[in-house]
Design a protein around this ligand. Structure first.
Ligand code: NDP
Length: 346
């Protein structure tokens, strides 16, 4: 059985969902009430692959909302409690979605293996970052040529280059895709220099300097909501793959040569009988999902019950190959730009 740990994108969304599910007493509570609310297993689901293999899974809402990010102990408790619930339900492999994997890593939850009388078994969990990185690379490789960008001649900026996903994307783009130049963007200089040395190339740049120089930009950082981009200073055409969570880029940027694509999103080949993606603002919520969630499904389909994506900067090209092949074999495709015909029909 696979599991997905997620959360609502805002406190208002969480309250709406709680009313819908009949948890009125929680829905009516203020943020303090929500801080003490336990995780809930809200949905069971069955998924059948193109070859007819059937797997079962469950969605656990951690009852965390982004408004709690400043409350360190609450955020930590929410993630650990949701993991404990997944393990107690006997789920073999569970993906940490949304902010939960970032909380796990940044708050160093590896030190907190004991949750009450449960010892968390790390091999039951995955961040899903290997599949996310692979999907983002494929989205770039598929969509750049479709808008006239030749990646062999292109400059590609990776914003969040030193992160877990960003560093994997950089490795793939330099060694597999072979882009002309990588522009490496993050705030701390030392990790950037280490990455540059590992890659044997790439230009370290500030965001302001990189954007006007880039034919494509991969966003794999949670940027401040106040981020403003001047579309007039971007190259045309320019492909922006928005892999951050929450999404960094306004769709308003799209147009006259600038193409914005939601990054790290996959589509299953058939409808899935679940409701959990409706609040994640997917265009096709019965087929589309975050690639990190799909990683748990893929590991279950492949009987690979291990913490496949774990820790920081451990994603190898071989692991990306494995998960990418499993993704295609089990009926997932990447979200791509709409064709002019699809845009006209929308
Ligand atoms: P990490 O914390 O490992 O890396 C974050 C990276 O962003 C670092 O390089 C960091 O470097 C950089 N960064 C952070 N803030 C800024 C800023 N203001 N300006 C420039 N760079 C910045 O995160 P992950 O790799 O795990 O995740 C990256 C993003 O992908 C997150 O937003 C996450 O939510 C999203 N994600 C999406 C998934 C999906 O399925 N679509 C799945 C999993 C994650 P520095 O601190 O030096 O600036």
């Amino acid at each position: 059985m696979f599991g997905l740990i997620g959360h609502s994108t805002s406190f208002d969304d969480a309250r709406r969902k709680a009313f819908d599910l009949g948890y009125d007493h929680i829905a009516e509570g203020d943020l303090d009430v929500w801080c003490s609310a336990p995780p809930q297993l809200v949905e069971h689901v069955e998924i059948v692959s193109p070859s007819g293999k059937s797997i079962e899974g469950a969605y656990i809402d951690s009852c965390f909302v982004p408004e709690m990010l400043g409350r360190f102990k609450t955020a930590r408790r929410k993630v650990l409690n949701a993991m404990e619930l997944a393990q107690k339900k006997g789920i073999s492999i569970t993906a940490l979605g949304g902010f939960t994997s970032i909380i796990f890593e940044n708050f160093n939850l590896l030190q907190h293996q004991h949750v009450r009388n449960t010892i968390l078994e790390w091999e039951r969990f995955t961040t899903g970052n290997t599949h996310t990185a692979w999907v983002i690379c494929r989205q770039l490789e598929i969509n750049a040529p479709s808008i006239g960008i030749d990646l062999k001649k292109a400059r590609v900026a990776v914003v969040g280059a030193t992160g877990d996903i960003g560093s994997a994307v950089c490795r793939w783009l330099s060694q597999r895709t072979g882009v002309a130049e990588l522009l490496l963007v993050a705030r701390q200089q030392n990790p950037l220099k280490e990455l540059q040395a590992e890659l044997g190339g790439g230009r370290i740049m500030s965001l302001e300097d990189a954007l006007p120089d880039a034919d494509a930009v991969v966003w794999v950082a949670s940027m401040p909501r106040t981020l403003e981009i001047d579309a007039t200073k971007l190259r045309k055409p320019c492909l922006m793959i928005d892999g951050g969570y929450p999404k960094n880029l306004s769709s308003k940027l799209s147009g006259s040569g600038v193409h914005v694509l939601k990054g790290g999103i996959v589509e299953f080949f058939a409808d899935i009988g679940w409701n959990m993606m409706e609040l994640a603002e997917m265009e096709k919520p019965h087929r589309q999902m975050f690639a990190c969630f799909a990683e748990a499904m893929l590991l279950e389909f492949e009987n690979c019950h291990t913490n496949f994506s774990w820790g920081r900067n451990n994603i190898t090209l071989e692991k990306m190959d494995f998960i990418g092949e499993a993704s295609v074999r089990n009926g997932f495709s990447t979200l791509n730009l709409k064709t002019p015909l699809q845009v006209a029909a929308a």
